[in-house]
Each structure stands twice: as C-alpha cells, then as structure tokens.
Design a protein around this ligand. Structure first.
Ligand code: BG6
Length: 517
C-alpha cells in the first residue's frame, strides 16, 4: 500500500456503536459447531480485543460437564481448529475464565431456572440484561427454546432501554415455505423480528461482503451490470468433499435445501440487487428481498427443463477413491437425495430481463471453489469476431469467493509477434497479494455483528420466505419422481451431463473454476 492508498482508505466503521457488555448463551454447547466454529471465533475476537468488556459465555447442553471439563474440551478443539494455530496459553486462560457450563434439557423449565441464577450471579448489570442466545440446535427445537426463554423472563418482546436480548438461529430455517412461515410465526410470538438473527455463514465471508463494495464503490463496473452488457451469469459453489458424517441431516436436506436455498441465493441477491438507498440493514435487506421476489417462479412442470439434480456414484478425486452416496453411512441405499443441483433462472425486472443466471452446487466435485462469473455480451460479428467466430472469447469478470480469493477481468489481447493472433488475457486482483493472507472466519464477523446489534448480514423473515418460494416448486417436483440413471454422476466430475446441456442448448458453456483462479 502506498501513501496515497493509506490516505484514501475510508474507515466506515469509525463511530460505530461500541459493543456493550453482554452474556452469550450457546444452546447446543456440546455440538460440533460450538467447538469448531463458535468458540474459536469468540476466542479470536477476544485476542483481537473486539469483544465487549466484560463478557461471559455460557454453554447450555444436556450432557453432564463441569466448567472445567467443558473448558478443557474447548481448548483441545481450539488447538485443532483455530486459524492461528498456536493457542496462546495466557490468552486462553484469560478467555476461559469467562466460560461456564449450564447442564440441562432444553424442554425443562428447571434448567432455565439454573441459567437464570447463573446470570444473576454476574455482578455487572449489563451481563444480566444484555443477552445473546445462540441456537446451535435442531430447528425443530428453536420455538421450544424461545418459549422457555420467554417463560423464564430471559427474553421479552418489549425491550426496555439499556437492555437487549437477541436470538441467533442457525440454518436450516424450515424445510419449505410453509414450515419456514410456521417457524417465523412461532418465534415472533416470543421475540420481535428485529431480535431474530438468522445466520447464513456465507454472508460473513469477506469476499461475499466485498460484492457490495465492488459493485457500489466503483462506477466502471456498475455501468455494465445490466442486460445491455451482460450475456449471462454463472454462480458455482463446488465442494470436493462428500457428505461425510452428516448423512443424518443431509438425507433430509439435499443440495437444494442445504446450499441453494440459502448460500447460492444470497450470493445471487448481492450480485443482482439494485443499489440500496443506504447501508442500513433494512435498506440492504429490502433490496435483496425485491430481487428474490423478482426471480421467476417455476411451475412444477417446468422444473425438468430448468433444473438438473444429481447424486454421486463411486469415483475418485485426486487419486483418492470416493464411495457412492448410497453407500455412505446412514444413507438409505435407495436414497433419492440430490447431492448436486444446477439451475437456470430468470429475473423479471428492468435490469435483468432476459439474462439467464445459472447456479450450480454439489458434493464430490473435482475441487472446492466458489465463483461468480459475469459474462459480457460478445462483440458484434464484424472485424475480429467475424474472423475468429466463437473462438473469440467474450469478456468476463469473475469474483472468486474462495479459495484464492480475488477478482479477475478477462479480455482479449494480441499475442506479441509478427503473426496476428488473439487470445484471452487476465487482469487479476488477489486478496492475498494485496492485503496479505488474512482470512478471518465468517463466524467472527457474524458474532460481532449480532453482539453489536447490526442485522445487515442476517436473513430477514421475508427474505427466507422468498428464497423458499423459489425452491419449493423444485423440491415438490423432485419429491414425486425417483432419480433416473442420467441423474447420477461419478464423484470427481462436474455433475450429470444434463447440467452441461442447460447451457449448451443455448450456445453457452459452464466455465469450471480452476485450482488457481
Ligand atoms: C454448509 C452446508 O452450510 O455450508 C455444508 O451445510 C457445506 O454442506 C458448507 O459443506 C460449505 O461452506 P463453506 O464455507 O465450506 O463453503
């Protein structure tokens, strides 16, 4: 960074509300998410002095544990999952002194009485009044916990000045529109919508947040961001891992509910929405909802021509054998759950009318990468285009969301020399090269925002419902029909062949993410 870059750096969070002392209660404290993500994130916020002072963290779960044994478990997990590998003993001890464990059943009022007395034991009044409840539990238990918290007077719908209570809920938020609406109705009996923070961890990723900066802090790109210039958009979120040990959950979810309904549609909303009138949470979320509502809904009879599902069969990735999905532990051997989905969707608004958006995601694909590729229209069929035909590559901007985070512009250039040859060249911005290897976990940002009371990076009620409205007809159509042989793909490939046909029939092709973008 040169001196001018320093001078021109806008520090937008100067003057932001200071985070207030609070207690964070994690329901599901024995679970994987707590040890792998939440505690490491809170620990890093602590060592970076971003947590309020004072703060307390209470783990609530059914298993018998002492404060000490819970802390020991968390420390072991931190050593394994911390992004700064070496855990500083002194910092950990200081952090761990704020952790306590509350044993109890989620349905048992006596457990909430114990939680209340634990909180009442804190001297600092704000630790008793400012409460962040993190529900890292099965969604079927969300409403129950909210009701119990309400019954124990730990959470009220009527916020009094100088006190707040917030509920952070993990996905999946419902399994279709009706269940999401029912869950929303239940939760809002005990908390106001503005107290509910629905997590989509993609929104905590630096590169996903940067979509807003990229689009609305530059004038050159936004001028092109419309149907006049853009031919189509591809959003790929590929994973080279299989379902692993999560089959119990995944069998019910599938790629459509696990990834597309939330992460891919959130990325789509940020890429395609109109500029918000301000950076306030409600303005940003209003625009995302407008965009999701403009996505053309499919009739169940249209699904098969716009959406392709797939399930992996045995194959290999980087020489490692991968089992078929149906052979994974806890998977029904005749399961119809999709591990891959690709879809073509249209957005019926002024900006995007007629521009196809192709989305795809899947497990056991050749590599793990998330990308948004905005492909511009081809040049008119004269001059070079007339001579090169389709070989003349159209311009494209690729937002590489992970890994090797960056942004690439592809355009054509003359190969130096006496012959006349044209080929695509790249202008590349790499986060690592520009800013150094700094990859904070999405959960750090999201926890900090929830503690600070900023809901911009969380999903609002109407947003989650709009996303289900897009996905429901697809799920309904698939529920009726078992997988056909064409819907399987060997692990380590880019999904069933029909996924390619979604584009090839329109004279387009997927651009697969490359290991080094
Ligand atoms: C989760 C899904 O929400 O996102 C997982 O439940 C998926 O199935 C994960 O693997 C992907 O997240 P990331 O951050 O690794 O891209």
């Amino acid at each position: 960074m040169d001196q001018l870059d320093e001078v021109l750096t806008c520090r937008l969070d100067l003057g932001r509300k200071v985070v207030e002392p609070c207690s964070i209660v994690i329901f599901g404290a024995s679970g994987d998410l707590t040890s792998r993500k939440l505690i490491p994130a809170l620990y890093h916020l602590f060592i970076e002095k971003r947590l309020p002072s004072p703060f307390r963290i209470i783990g609530f779960a059914r298993r018998e544990k002492s404060n000490e044994s819970w802390r020991e478990e968390l420390k072991a997990a931190l050593q394994q999952f911390s992004r700064s590998k070496k855990v500083d003993e002194a910092a950990w001890s200081e952090f761990a002194a704020n952790l306590s464990y509350c044993q109890g059943d989620l349905t048992d009022p006596a457990a909430y009485a114990r939680l209340t007395s634990l909180l009442e034991g804190f001297n600092e009044p704000q630790l008793r009044r400012n409460l962040l409840f993190y529900l890292s539990i099965s969604p079927s238990q969300f409403a129950q916990v909210a009701e119990q918290l309400h019954g124990a007077k730990l959470m009220t719908r009527h916020q009094t000045p100088g006190a707040w209570q917030r509920l952070v809920v993990e996905k999946p938020f419902g399994h279709d529109l009706a269940s999401a609406q029912a869950l929303n109705a239940e939760l809002t009996r005990f908390a106001q919508e503005r107290q509910i923070y629905r997590i989509d961890h993609y929104l905590g990723k630096e590169t996903v947040q940067n979509i807003l900066m990229f689009r609305f802090s530059n004038s050159i790109f936004e001028q092109l961001w419309n149907r006049q210039s853009v031919d189509h958009v591809q959003i790929t979120v590929s994973e080279k891992l299989g379902v692993g040990a999560r089959a119990g959950y995944y069998e019910e979810a599938g790629a459509l509910r696990d990834m597309l309904q939330n992460h891919l549609l959130q990325v789509l909303a940020l890429v395609a929405m109109e500029p918000p009138v301000s950076l306030e949470a409600e303005s940003v979320r209003d625009e995302k909802v407008k965009l999701l509502n403009a996505v053309r809904r499919m009739q169940p009879t249209q699904v098969s021509s716009h959406v392709v599902r797939g399930q992996y069969t045995a194959g290999s990735i980087a020489g490692q054998p991968c089992p078929a999905y149906r052979q994974e532990p806890k998977v029904n051997p005749s399961s119809n759950t999709e591990t891959f989905v690709a879809m073509r969707l249209l957005i019926d608004n002024w900006r995007w009318a007629g521009v196809p958006f192709y989305l795809r995601t899947g497990k056991y694909l050749p590599l793990s990468a998330s990308e948004v590729r905005v492909q511009f229209r081809p040049t008119p069929n004269v001059l070079f285009a007339a001579q090169c035909g389709p070989k003349l590559d159209a311009n494209a901007i690729t937002l590489r969301l992970q890994p090797n985070e960056g942004i690439t512009l592809r355009f054509n250039g003359k190969i130096p020399g006496n012959s006349i040859q044209i080929r695509p060249v790249r202008m590349h911005f790499s986060y690592d090269a520009e800013f150094g290897a700094y990859t904070p976990e999405a959960y750090e940002r999201l926890l900090l925002e929830a503690i600070g009371g900023d809901a911009t990076l969380f999903i609002r009620r109407d947003e989650v419902e709009a996303a289900w409205g897009i996905v429901d007809p697809i799920a309904a159509s698939w529920a009726e029909t078992p997988l056909t042989p064409q819907e399987f793909y060997p692990a380590g490939t880019w999904g069933p062949e029909r996924a390619a046909e979604l584009l090839t029939r329109e004279g387009r092709a997927w651009r697969d993410p490359q290991p080094q973008s």
